[in-house]
Structures are given as C-alpha cells and as structure tokens.
Design a protein around this ligand. Structure first.
Ligand SMILES: [Mn+2]
Length: 305
C-alpha cells in the first residue's frame, strides 16, 4: 500500500515541494510513496513545477484507510479529513507542533528552520541519497518562497546554506533573480476572484476556544492590491460569517517589509492587544511584519489566551 505524503490545506509551494521531494526520497529508500496535495496548485507552485518539469501531485483530501506522512503541518485543522481513520507514519515540518496524535510510534523531524524543504534537504543528506536536478530546483524555490528570499525572521543559516547547495545541483546560477520572478507570479492578482485570493494562503486556528482565520497575500508592491482591497474585505466578512470569531488578512509588501492587516472581528481590540497598535477602521499597518507564523500567530495566541 502506497504511503501518501501530503502538506496542509490550501497548499503553498513548500507543502507541494516537500510532499513531492519526501515521496521521492521514500521511493529511493524502497518505500512506495506518492505525493499528494489537498487542493489545486496556486500560480506560484504551478510556475515552480513547470520551471523544473515536475508533475503536479494527486489531489487527496481524505485519509481513510491510507498510510500518511504529513509535511509542513501537524495541525488537525490544516490536515486531511478523517485523519483518525488513516495512519500517520511520519511528520516532517518546521511549524510549532500541532495537535495530531498517533496510535503508533512514528518517524518525526520538526526543526525551527524557515521551510519544510530545508528539513527534507537534511533528510536526503542524512540518508546519503543524491538529490535530482528537478527535486533540487523545486526545494530551492520553496525555501526562497517560505523565507521571502531570506528576509523573513523565520529564515536561518540552514535555509541559506540549503538554497546555495540546491541551486548548484539544479544548475541555477542566479537564484535571487529566479526568486523575484517567482514572487512576481505570486503577486499577480488580475482576474483572480477575491475569494480565491483570501484562500490562497489561509489557515484556521483555534485560539482560546475561538475560531480564528488568518490569510496572507505576499506581493512585491502593495499598490497591486489597491483595486481589490474592498472586495477582499467583503470576502473576509463572508468567511467570518461562517462561524469564526475573527478573520485577518495580511497584505504583505515584501519590498517595504511590512504588512497591512485587514480586520474582520467580533472584537478588534484583540489586534491592539496583540500588536500594541491603535486600531481605527478595518485595517492597520504592521511595520516589519512578514511572517504569519513567527510574528502574527504567537502574539494573537497570547492575546486570545
Ligand atoms: Mn512551510
């Protein structure tokens, strides 16, 4: 029975590239493994796979009767449906440990680095298994994406070293310009429905018993989002109306290195409490905030606790 390797809901490039590369590594170790994604690829991931000639993973949303390896998450809310009806045999991640549990011992490697693919690179090295050119290419792009080209506070020296090593294998001499090209693809919002933009990189959290949704759009210039901001806010209101306490959408300007946060909440004072800012109206600028995981989730968890 094949093992399915799968990342979080609303798959991003790390979830997709980590699933593909872990499945590749498992196969080379003699374990039948298939990469999977919990939904269609976003434009950035599609660009990256196309660039290195890698096929898109199968879409899988239910764990029933499957052996599963989780990558890039370990939260039930972000995982497959009916996880308890399957069997998790591994977790490879770079987030805080989530709330999944397993009936049996499992293989697990979770490291405080900027990207799951940095962890996967360590796993290849540890197993002394050669990384192919296409695998190196997609892993390198995932690390550049997750670390916002090394600007994110989540970025570590391990991530930079991994990108440099993977770029050599992939035969990419100027990885930073490939990174910019990738972020331009990510920034393109023209013709995309507001709903798709809100869910492009969206996660639900349980904070102090409240359901909180936090989405993020990273662009090379915030002005790109100006024409769609009102529609994004309307869409966030609809998402909140589905039974959430709050929905926050981070509009991140990777060049200015900060985020405008759109706020739809039963009690916006949590934003003031979490970030020490004055909140007027339905948005606030958070200077220096690039990382949801490191700079947004922890202060909110404290505030909602
Ligand atoms: Mn990641």
């Amino acid at each position: 029975m094949a093992v399915y390797v799968v990342g979080h809901k609303n798959p991003d490039t790390d979830s997709v590239a980590a699933a593909i590369s872990v499945a590749d590594l498992m196969s080379k170790k003699g374990v039948e493994a298939k990469p999977a994604a919990q939904g269609a690829l976003n434009p950035e991931s599609a660009f990256v796979l196309e660039k290195f000639g890698v096929a898109a993973p199968e879409i899988v949303t239910d764990a029933t009767d499957k052996k599963i390896i989780l990558v890039d998450h370990s939260d039930l809310a972000q995982s497959l449906d009916n996880l308890a009806a399957g069997e998790i045999i591994g977790i490879y991640d770079h987030h805080k440990l989530g709330d999944v549990t397993t009936p049996n011992p499992l293989d697990i490697l979770v490291k405080p680095v900027g990207c799951s693919c940095t962890v996967v690179k360590m796993m290849y090295d540890c197993a002394k298994i050669e990384i192919s050119k296409p695998m190196a290419g997609i892993m390198m792009c995932a690390i550049l994406s997750d670390t916002v080209m090394f600007k994110s506070p989540t970025c570590t020296p391990d991530d930079k070293a991994a990108v440099e090593a993977l770029a050599k294998i992939a035969g990419v001499s100027d990885f930073m310009s490939l990174g910019v090209e990738m972020f331009k693809v990510k920034s393109a919002v023209g013709g995309t429905p507001a709903k798709d933009l809100v869910f492009r990189d969206y996660k639900d959290f349980n904070m102090g018993g409240k359901k909180i949704g936090i989405g993020q759009l990273e662009v090379v210039d915030l002005s790109i989002l100006e024409p769609v901001k009102a529609a994004l806010l309307e869409e966030c209101k609809k998402v909140k109306a589905e039974g959430r306490h709050s929905v926050f959408l981070l509009l991140t300007d990777i060049m200015k290195e900060g985020s405008e946060m759109l706020i739809v909440s039963d009690d916006p004072s949590y934003v003031a409490k979490a970030f020490g800012v004055e909140v007027k109206g339905d948005s606030v600028w958070l200077d220096g905030v690039l990382s949801r995981k490191k700079q947004v989730v922890p202060p909110f968890e404290k505030a909602f606790a």
